[in-house]
Write a protein of this length. Structure first.
Length: 101
């Protein structure tokens, strides 16, 4: 499991017209041409309206498609289908643990 704290902005006029809530699972782009699913948990709020920004926690189940330069300061986008609806920046990597088999 990998958990990060990030600052995100949900773009206006990019296809999405409603707010996102805790548990929202877009596709994240850390590596060109690769997408990674993750769950967003908002910090100190119940929803994030289009056009606004917030600090969030994002949870990933593995390091696949996060890239070799996955670190504080890394910028990323997130999508619904083929439309980039927002962008963000890693502020902190809180948990970076993998299960070994």
């Amino acid at each position: 499991m990998i958990t990060i704290r990030a600052k995100i902005i949900l773009h206006e006029n990019r296809g999405r017209t409603t707010a996102i809530k805790n548990g929202y699972r877009p596709q994240f782009n850390f590596v060109s041409e690769s997408k990674k699913s993750g769950a967003i948990n908002l910090i100190n709020r119940d929803y994030l309206d289009v056009g606004n920004q917030s600090e969030v926690f994002i949870h990933f189940t593995s390091a696949d498609y996060l890239g070799s330069d996955f670190s504080i300061g890394k910028k990323f986008t997130f999508d619904e289908g083929s439309v980039a609806i927002g962008e963000g920046e890693i502020l902190e990597i809180l948990e970076h643990r993998f299960n070994s088999k």
